[in-house]
Design a protein around this ligand. Structure first.
Ligand code: NBP
Length: 499
């Protein structure tokens, strides 16, 4: 509870004499995320300067929650900056894109070398790199920080992924650790991810993995619904059971709750009255676009993004509705237990693949930009606070801690063992889905990736032949070094070595 002094300070509005240099940190942008982050800071005992373009939001925050801690409200950027102790720490929590640039341009001229601007919005990491470079020239630290966990996380403890300089992280660490989620072992879910855009890059991949995880869970539901004709409430029970085991996670838990929910208006299962067109804000798309640039094959994430896109093409789906499929059949009721167990195995195996692909992308980004990201630390700070929080992440942390240069999670001893145990069931599920005409792009892509990695020979050799045939793109041979080209138009097709 706030002291009398704090209450007095909170009551001083703009123009009523904003205290100078007393706030330890400031938040500008007080919509749902910024407001909750400011409350979290104040609740943790930090005197928090608050500011918003539209001052009504600032006033509303102090009026509603002023007794939660020390807030120092300002109506102008100049008053806000003046209210902060040095070096100034300013968290920007505005709509990503142009608003972030507008806020930086408003505040940067008011700051001094050594001050820190933290962009905690969902910026594209390339924008963060640009902003960091520009502000570094002006002597200002710019920290692009991923924040995951939605509005509840912002208030009660998010997973925080800050980039930027090590020096700025030191100045922020105690506060970020205090407000972050805590893993079961008590460790704070925040770590310095790496320089410039590393934090926003890792947050982007986090969101991509979130897309993949949600898609896989949705496919598991769809299989149980249409192969076994289970009603949603019954499937909720299955998910609740899974949540007691190795799939224990926030996403499985909320899935069970959504499936168990009944629509008040119609009395029908909620999931049956919701339009089957998934929305997206764009971070999944960024993950896939970036993965393509980096050459990181994140097929599970890509399928999840495309699956949402397909769902949204209502006209296309309507036009194709009459395409033939297999005769609708249900699995024998005796197969119930086995199939549900098979789906659990397929879900777990596909989830391992999705996370392996996401971590591969993080490794590829880290190598490309020289970030030196510690993947074990990333897994550790995703264990609580964020949407993909799960017991599973502790296993991933252990895998990277044991071997920081692990080429893929699939070959870690624990995950390799799980895949070995799951693969027969996984194959049965994918083939059953194909036979019954139930789309499982996530499960199928994950299995194809698994089989591609373990294949001794891939048909890429044939593709090299095709490329050489039509475009003289050359190929390499298995038996000697160098590049070769076959003169395909010449009758005896001699092989030459291009100079
Ligand atoms: P919004 O993304 O809805 O942004 C609204 C805020 O941006 C308001 O404070 C608004 O001020 C301010 N703003 C805008 Br719009 N244009 C501005 C400008 N030109 N100059 C100054 N301020 C401007 O808020 P949110 O949902 O709280 O999200 C904030 C950030 O956090 C976003 O980047 C979002 O992607 C990210 N994020 C959100 C979630 C979530 O669950 N919502 C989760 C994780 C990350 P006004 O009041 O004057 O209009």
């Amino acid at each position: 509870m706030a002291s009398a002094d704090q209450a007095a300070q909170n009551s001083k509005g703009p123009g009523g004499g904003t205290p100078q240099g007393t706030a330890q940190i400031g938040v500008t942008g007080l919509a749902v995320m910024g407001r909750n982050l400011a409350r979290n800071l104040a609740r943790n005992g930090y005197a928090t300067a608050v500011h918003n373009r539209t001052a009504a939001r600032t006033r509303a925050l102090v009026e509603e929650f002023g007794d939660e801690g020390t807030f120092v409200p300002s109506e102008t950027a100049a008053d806000f900056v003046a209210s902060l102790e040095r070096p100034r720490r300013i968290i920007v929590m505005v709509k990503a894109g142009e608003p972030t640039d507008a806020v930086i341009e408003e505040f940067a001229p008011l700051l001094e070398p050594g001050d820190i601007i933290v962009d905690a919005g969902n910026a594209h990491f390339a924008d963060t790199r640009r902003r960091e470079k520009d502000l570094r020239k002006r002597g200002i630290h710019f920290v692009g920080s991923g924040v995951s966990g939605g509005e509840e996380g912002a208030l009660h403890g998010p997973s925080i992924m800050p980039g930027g300089s090590a020096e700025s992280y030191q100045a922020l660490a105690p506060m970020l650790e205090a407000i972050s989620a805590k893993a079961e072992d008590g460790s704070p879910c925040v770590a310095h991810i790496g320089p410039d855009g590393a934090g926003h890059f890792v947050k982007m991949v986090h969101n991509g993995i979130e897309y993949a995880d949600m898609q896989l869970i949705a496919e598991a539901y769809d299989l149980l619904r249409h192969a076994l004709d289970l009603p949603p409430a019954k499937i909720a029970e299955v998910f609740r059971g899974w949540n007691q085991g190795r799939l224990d996670s926030y996403l499985i838990e909320i899935t069970a709750q959504v499936l168990a929910h009944t629509d008040a208006d119609t009395g029908r299962p909620f999931v049956d009255v919701v339009l089957d067109q998934a929305e997206q804000k764009g971070t999944g798309r960024w993950t896939v676009q970036t993965a393509l640039d980096l050459g990181a094959p994140v097929s599970g994430i890509a399928e999840a993004v495309f699956a949402r896109s397909v769902s949204g093409h209502a006209d296309l789906r309507e036009a194709a509705r009459e395409l033939p499929g297999p005769t609708p059949t249900l699995l024998d009721s005796a197969a119930y237990d086995r199939f549900a167990d098979d789906v659990e195995q397929a879900l777990y195996a596909s989830k391992i693949v999705a996370y392996a692909q996401g971590f591969h992308q993080i490794a590829a980004g880290s190598a490309e930009y020289g970030w030196n990201v510690d993947q074990g630390r990333v897994a550790a700070i995703w264990r609580a606070g964020c949407i993909i929080r799960a017991a599973f992440l502790d296993r991933i942390r252990s895998a990277f801690d044991a071997r920081p240069d692990l080429p893929t999670l699939l070959i870690d001893e624990h995950f390799g063992e799980a895949l070995r145990g799951a693969q027969s069931a996984w194959r049965r599920v994918v083939s059953t889905a194909a036979e019954l005409g139930i789309p499982t792009p996530g499960f199928s892509a994950a299995l194809a990736y698994y089989d591609s990695l373990r294949a001794e020979r891939l048909p890429a050799a044939l593709i090299q032949g095709q490329r050489d045939f039509f475009g003289a793109h050359t190929y390499r041979r298995t038996d000697r070094p160098g590049s070769f080209h076959t003169l395909w138009a010449t009758p005896d097709r001699p092989e030459v070595t291009p100079s």
